[in-house]
Design a protein around this ligand. Sequence first.
Ligand SMILES: Nc1ncnc2c1ncn2[C@@H]1O[C@H](COP(=O)(O)OP(=O)(O)OP(=O)(O)O)[C@@H](O)[C@H]1O
Ligand SMILES: [Mg+2]
Length: 342
Amino acid sequence: MRAAPLVETDDVVLHFPVSGGGPLGLSRRTVKALNGVSLTVRPGETIGIVGESGSGKSTLGRALLGLEEVTSGHVTFDGIDVTSGRRQDLVRLRHETAMVFQDPMNALNPRLRVGEAIAEVLRVHKKVPTKRIGQRVAELLGLVGLDPALASRRPQALSGGQCQRVGIARALAVEPKLIVADECVAALDVSIQGQIINLFIDLKERMDLTLVFIAHDLSIVRRLCDRVAVMYLGRIVEEGPTEAVFAAPRHPYTAALIASIPEIDPDIPLPAAPMQGEPPSPLDLPAGCPFHPRCPYAEPQCRTDPPPTLRRRDNHGWACILDPSHLPPPATRLPNATGEHP
Ligand SMILES: Nc1ncnc2c1ncn2[C@@H]1O[C@H](COP(=O)(O)OP(=O)(O)OP(=O)(O)O)[C@@H](O)[C@H]1O
Ligand SMILES: [Mg+2]
């Protein structure tokens, strides 16, 4: 039997009111960051959230941790309603979740030595008796592959990769049931990225880590994640087991994203412009399927019908009225927006 979900979002809508539109800059407008997101994360699972810039990945990550107020819908974490606004729910959430940030250098207080930065978390969360804090800091540094002697250094004396390991140690210090990592390797050199991903893979095997891993980089998500959710303009357009999604994507957007991953093999040319243009503004979403203006397969009804909801087969969901057999296998080139094969 599959474990009960640890985190569930049910039709989450999150709109940010912003001012500044209109001739005098006075009119109120709305950034439609999340537009009905339903997602389930089970204990021990690593789920990757991918999608272009502005698709709502960070907003979703923050909503999971109760850091954003949702406009409608629900987020449930381990049986508590994150969206209730009740103080005791938020306090429990703070003690049972942690975040790893993008910019490891700036995420650490420059005045605190590394050991103090980790000890601070242990104290706030009352994880170990005061006399055991030093020992636990050393254990955590070892767990993330750092020499415990680094505890006496300040962040400026560390490399970016070492700072990110400290960031991960601080997250692990919470002993969280859930970690949300938002673009946590994007600021690092490629070789260091690989080392941090290996660390996550190792931690996944050694601990019962539940990880929501937000990233632009699909090849990293493919290496690390059990499942992947693809976002487009505040919606999940495809979601399923990582290998199934990469081997046979079912949504034209996912197919185009995968087609734009640089091939390791230089003899395989990149498809010419697998996806046309930029996503529409979340201030002004198109009618119909939000992907239709860029979709090479769009039918007339894609422009007018309500956005398709996720339909599922074999635990793999996609939000498109077309049958995935429309899509070419991932290794072949996609037609461009005018339907011509390059
Ligand atoms: N506090 C806010 N106020 C107004 N708009 C916001 C706010 N936070 C995010 N947005 C907008 O919501 C949309 C989704 O943003 P979000 O940061 O979640 O995207 P993302 O997928 O994480 O992008 P990136 O890959 O660039 O990090 C964007 O249009 C963004 O400008
Ligand atoms: Mg983001």
